[in-house]
Design a protein around this ligand. Structure first.
Ligand code: PTJ
Length: 270
């Protein structure tokens, strides 16, 4: 890895890039994953590289969905494994604990490796990264179901994972697959920095936020919901208006661009 000084103003961003480049070398991340990350970075810059109030609100509703679900599943790909295996473990663990304490019949929060550019070697490598981090019951190595409407290996999934899930959390998902999951009657939670992406628009709830920031926010919001009734959680979910939230995020970007433009014209600015 390149030695990046922690004093560099873009330290966190450069480290994330390094983790993905290393992920490609280790056979975890696809080369296309590097391009996807670059697109995400551009949107993050427009958002101000912080968790917006809209993302926190979405995280609260996402947490409610994960606590209420009969069978919640999180899908993990090569970018997620390289950037956020630790946060995946923390989210799985906490949601499981909260579901146990709420007396859910099937408290497990299943993690399944689902790849767009699927190769069996990458599935194996990602599964190992997740297991080494402490993620339990990782599915994906032996797919025995298909997402309807998708062709090729990107349709593969597991009967006891995505296929039987009622709620699916999809960080950094391809738009086609997100739409196919929704058409399959799954309740979809997306994490995507691009509010215009088909994934963001197809999801029932979208966290327009950077993955490594967003996953801990879902944990924080789930903790806040610990003692709320099932009824209260259900009304949060039914009251959520995802398209309206996406419009608010676009408004934030537009305001930020306007204010950055004004700062650029002011030599004292920025
Ligand atoms: O590992 P695989 O084979 O499953 O492939 C994974 C990628 C991400 C390459 C694949 O799903 C893909 O091609 O995705 P897309 O269609 O490029 O969409 C990825 C979305 O994630 C884009 O809208 C990006 O803006 C967004 N994104 C990228 N990095 C981040 C992100 N969103 C949140 N946090 C990030 N760190």
């Amino acid at each position: 890895m390149t030695d990046i000084p922690s004093s560099h103003p873009r330290y966190a961003s450069l480290k994330a890039r390094e983790r993905l480049v290393e992920g490609v070398r280790a056979g975890i991340t696809s080369q296309a994953g590097l391009i996807a990350h670059g697109r995400g970075e551009a949107y993050d810059y427009l958002l101000g590289e912080r968790t917006l109030e809209e993302a926190r609100e979405a995280a609260r509703v996402a947490a409610a969905m994960l606590l209420l679900a009969d069978r919640p599943v999180m899908s993990v790909n090569g970018n997620v494994a390289a950037l956020a295996a630790k946060q995946v473990k923390e989210l799985q663990e906490r949601i499981h604990e909260l579901r146990v304490s709420r007396g859910m019949k099937e408290p497990a929060f299943v993690v399944e490796v689902n790849l767009f550019h699927r190769t069996e070697d990458r599935v194996k490598a990602i599964t190992k990264v997740l297991r080494d981090q402490g993620v339990v019951g990782v599915l994906g190595e032996q797919p025995n179901a298909r997402v309807p409407g998708l062709d090729h290996a990107r349709a593969l999934c597991s009967k006891s994972g995505v296929a039987s899930a009622d709620v699916v959390l999809i960080p950094l998902e391809d738009g086609d697959r997100a739409e196919a999951l929704r058409a399959w009657d799954k309740h979809v939670i997306a994490i995507d920095l691009n509010p215009l992406a088909r994934t963001s628009r197809a999801a029932h709830v979208t966290l327009v936020d950077e993955l490594t920031r967003a996953l801990p926010v879902i944990v924080e919001e789930a903790n806040e919901l610990e003692h709320r009734s099932q009824r209260t959680l259900a009304s949060m979910v039914t009251g959520w208006d995802n398209p309206a939230m996406l419009v608010r995020v676009l408004g934030r970007i537009s305001d930020r661009l306007t204010s950055l433009g004004a700062d650029q014209l002011d030599p004292e600015g920025i």
